[in-house]
Design a binder for this molecule. Structure first.
Ligand code: SAH
Length: 253
């Protein structure tokens, strides 16, 4: 009995050693993997928290729904892997094809200016990475977005699909013409700059709707809010900005 007892103890110690050892080793692999890819989920939550506090809230964007959306959407998964570590920096970042994902503050400010409510319908012109569309989808039920560069649209479609933003509809085409079949929209946001406000977008704005749009040439652009009230158009200028130009038949070549 005593022999069996001590053998059992040895086996038990051996098994414990293996389990503990393996546990430690796989822990190391996990840590290395995380350090390599920079993808510790908790650290991204913390980085977004400081991004919202320091870059967005401190500069005056206060709408709780906008702040919630900016905290929730995993911005790092919308930027190319090679620059993922800079995803929450206070700057626009390149996404390929000479295009950029806007600076976090500008995304938040434009979203706040849209003044959205849950049941409303929004159109975005300039899908890019799909990030702004995901932020919008955290706030409203229907989001339509148009991108003129097909490969960017395809990547955005799959990112949005993988992350579960099933409410976003993406179309490949010229956003200058809007999305007539889905109009009217309570909000329209344009994330590339035309020289002047595209008339089809004003036509597709619902009564009481808001169009948030940068307008101008490469050097001088203004962020405008255009409102349609009692059939009349009112526009106000918010601040000078610099966006990539609207391209296609109605824009820069
Ligand atoms: N909102 C994007 C950033 C957009 S950058 C994001 O969150 O990542 C501007 C985008 O507008 C680019 O992807 C550019 O290809 C697109 N664009 C430029 N002209 C366009 C047009 N006429 N119609 C639709 N998209 C256009």
């Amino acid at each position: 009995m005593r022999i069996w007892g001590s053998r059992f103890l040895v086996v038990l110690l051996f098994v414990t050693w293996i389990v503990a050892g393996c546990g430690e080793r796989s822990g190391e692999v996990e840590r290395n993997r995380s350090a390599h890819s920079g993808e510790v989920p908790d650290s991204w939550v913390a980085r977004r928290e400081s991004m919202v506090r320091d870059q967005i809230w401190r500069r005056g964007v206060q709408d709780p729904e906008v702040l919630r959306a900016m905290r929730a959407v995993p911005r790092h998964l919308f930027v190319p892997q090679s620059i993922r570590g800079r995803a929450c920096d206070d700057t626009p970042l390149p996404i390929g094809y000479d295009q950029t994902i806007s600076q976090p503050y500008i995304v938040a400010l434009m979203t706040e200016l849209l003044d959205l409510e849950r049941g409303e319908r929004v159109l975005e012109v300039g899908t890019g990475s799909g990030y702004q569309a995901a932020v919008l989808a955290m706030i409203v039920d229907s989001v339509y977005t148009i991108e003129i560069i097909e490969p960017l649209a395809r990547v955005a479609m799959s990112t949005l699909e993988e992350l579960g933003y099933h409410r976003v509809r993406v179309r490949i085409g010229d956003g200058y013409a809007g999305w007539e079949e889905a109009a009217p929209f309570d909000g329209i946001i344009v994330t590339c700059a035309p020289r002047d406000i595209p008339p089809p977008l004003v036509d597709q704005l619902a009564e009481g709707g808001r169009l948030v749009i940068p307008c101008g040439d490469l050097w001088h652009q203004e962020l405008l809010v255009v409102e349609k009230k009692d059939g009349e158009i009112r526009r106000k200028s918010v601040l000078p900005v610099r966006f990539v130009p609207l391209i296609g038949p109605h824009g820069e070549e």
